[in-house]
Design a binder for this molecule. Structure first.
Ligand code: NAD
Ligand code: UPG
Length: 330
């Protein structure tokens, strides 16, 4: 079996990708410091607990395992928090990726799938975003991800690395079979917070900004099912393995192509759960672009990727089922 190193594999998207990797016949090995992940989320995959900025640890891992490729999820992820703590984000996201890329170079590992983000585009307007748009992140989180994409490009030119950057839009939902889900503590993402309100764990959802130039004044995002993101990683690995005449680094948007406002998400959660979701309107959150919606055509054409679960209500229903199962088990 082909061994794949998965950094951040104990996290939300990582744990779902482990399920897809195993189903496709790969043997994942995980490095995760568990700062935002859970040891039991990796299932029967090998978990090495540690920080990717620890170069000695990386040397041991690359020395001990015959690693064919790396999928790199490990990062600090919250755009809003990055505005208040930019240096911590540069440290984890940029220094972590630098340590990983130099270890890959020194150990002769030449294939990488990198978790990038819609946040690299910044405030690029309301039309669906294409990969070749100018990059102008409006928060430090997006800056760190774009900096790493640039680092990967330079390493590819100089050292022969082959890489795919997957620019996810807003990951949502949970494994349709209930084996994994979103377990961030504290939670900052809209859908799980709205569901915590529906379940009675929170009193109300705070809506950050109602005066944006969008149809209902709240921010618009493109929600993509986490199981579909997981599948895209397998497709990306297979594309890297197939080789051929193509650029050393490629970037693909992963989104549904449809935008939903914060108010529409809240309405969908009321519809799916049958519970009330009280709202408190608040000021804008710093670092939020008004609209982020993908043009996913390139991933359709070149990765052969289309979402199996494009409907927002399905994403919310799967997340809701996972949350309820967690509450029952607690
Ligand atoms: N969730 C989204 O909507 C979204 C959208 C776009 C991009 N992304 C990117 O996808 C990736 C995964 O996101 P997620 O939502 O699963 O986040 P997550 O926080 O659930 O997963 C990240 C994992 O990385 C680990 N980690 C963080 N820093 C580490 C370090 N220095 N060394 C070792 N492990 C470390 C955490 O413990 C966690 O388990 C991130 O790179 C994120 O920036 C996420
Ligand atoms: O309590 C809340 C939480 C969020 N929001 C709003 O809901 C939208 C979505 O926010 P959130 O779920 O926090 O996601 P984003 O800030 O859009 O960022 C996510 O999606 C990005 C890609 O678009 C990723 O890069 C990030 O890692 C990931 O955290 C934003 O307009 C927020 O202002 C609220 O109004 N109230």
């Amino acid at each position: 079996m082909t061994t794949i190193l998965v950094t951040g594999g104990a996290g939300f998207i990582g744990s779902h990708t482990l399920l897809a990797l195993k189903a496709a016949g790969y043997a994942p090995v995980v490095i995760d410091d568990l700062s935002n992940g859970h040891a039991d989320a990796v299932g029967d995959a090998r978990l090495i607990k540690g920080d990717i900025r620890d170069r000695a640890l990386l040397d041991r891992v690359f020395g001990d395992h015959d690693i064919a490729a790396v999928i790199h999820f490990a990062a600090s992820i919250e755009a809003g928090i990055s505005v208040r703590e930019p240096l911590a984000f540069y440290d984890n996201n940029v220094s972590g990726s630098l340590a990983l890329l130099s270890a890959m170079k020194d150990h002769g590992v030449g294939r990488l799938v990198f978790s990038s983000t819609a946040a690299v585009y910044g405030q690029a307007g309301n039309a669906p975003l294409r990969e070749d748009l100018p990059k102008a992140p409006v928060n430090p989180y997006g800056q760190t991800k774009w900096a790493v994409e640039c680092m990967i490009r330079d390493a590819a030119t100089a050292h022969g690395l082959k890489a795919i950057a997957l620019r996810y839009f807003n990951a949502a939902g949970a494994d349709p079979e209930g084996r994994a889900g979103e377990r961030h503590e504290p939670e900052t993402h809209l859908i799980p917070l709205v569901l915590e309100v529906a379940s009675g764990k929170r009193d109300a959802i705070r809506v950050f900004g109602t005066d944006y130039a969008t149809p209902d004044g709240t921010c618009v995002r493109d929600y993509v099912h986490v199981a579909d993101l997981a599948t895209a990683h397998v497709r990306a690995l297979q594309r890297l393995e197939a080789g051929g005449e193509r650029p050393a680094v490629e970037a693909f948007n992963l989104g549904s192509g449809s935008g939903f406002s914060v108010r529409q998400v809240i309405e969908a959660a009321r519809r799916v759960t049958g519970h009330p979701v009280p709202v408190i309107e608040e000021a804008r959150r710093a670092g939020d672009p008004p609209v982020l919606v993908a043009d996913p055509a390139l991933a359709h054409t070149l990765l052969g990727w289309t979402p199996d679960w494009p409907a927002l209500d399905d994403m919310i229903a799967h997340a809701w089922r996972f949350l309820q199962a967690q509450a029952k088990a607690a």
